[in-house]
Write a protein that binds this ligand. Structure first.
Ligand code: PRP
Ligand code: URA
Length: 210
């Protein structure tokens, strides 16, 4: 696997991914699990945030210690399903800004269609963390990354729950500068572009639509 790709093997994440895959998991549980896994992944995704030294007065004396240096983050969910990952990330970094990109896959062509895009105006100065539970053909992720780059963003990470091998290869090929973070890599796509075994339609399972 390319060293731009991080697969989370933490037991808590793996356990929760198994529950998420289960077709008997309810929408309520699916939302809770998505949020919990996102928070656990966020811990690792933010590992390289730069720190600076400060002096803090404790009740006993002066401590030389570290705080986040002010590097700014933007979480950008791909609508709809990416929304399920936002609150877990915001629990870790409540000061981050949130942008939104609306894309859906045309069921005939499997190509992504953009219907909404609103990003923080200073997105070029922020580290962007793009969120979508599924990386299948990677059409949506590649388009979303392109939109964000067109807005001037220079630092982008893509965080998903389940990725297909094909999706990872395509996103890596089209955007080799974008780090890919996922909790599972599945072998195959079926003939309508769903990840096999995957977890089904993430948006429908999150929001109880069908
Ligand atoms: C799903 C998923 C991704 C996309 C992945 O969204 O959330 O955005 O498909 O597939 P791809 O890698 O082949 O592009 P969908 O288009 O079903 O829209 P939704 O979130 O509104 O349900
Ligand atoms: N979108 C989903 O929600 N699930 C898949 O398996 C593929 C794309």
């Amino acid at each position: 696997m390319n060293n731009n790709v991080f697969v989370f093997d933490h037991p808590l994440i793996q356990h929760k991914i198994s529950l998420l895959r289960d077709k008997n998991t309810s929408s309520k549980e699916f939302r809770e699990l998505t949020s919990e896994i996102s928070m656990l992944m966020g811990y690792e995704v933010t590992r390289d945030i730069p720190l600076k030294e400060v002096e803090i007065e404790t009740p006993i004396g002066l401590a030389k210690t570290k705080v986040i240096s002010g590097k700014k983050l933007a979480f950008v969910p791909i609508l709809r399903a990416g929304l399920g990952m936002v609150d877990g990330m915001l629990k870790l970094v409540p000061m981050a800004r949130v942008g939104h990109i609306g894309l859906y896959r045309d069921h005939e062509t499997l190509e992504p269609v953009e219907y909404y895009c609103k990003l923080p105006p200073d997105v070029r100065e922020r580290d962007v963390v793009l969120l979508d539970p599924m990386l299948a053909t990677a059409g949506s992720a590649c388009d979303a990354v392109k939109f964000i780059k067109d807005y001037g963003a220079k630092s982008i990470k893509f965080v998903c729950l389940i990725a297909s091998k094909h999706g990872i290869e395509r996103l890596n090929r089209e955007h080799p500068d974008v780090g890919i973070y996922c909790a599972a890599v599945d072998e195959k796509l079926n003939d309508i572009g769903y990840i096999v075994p995957g977890l089904g339609d993430a948006g429908d399972r999150l929001f109880g639509t069908k």
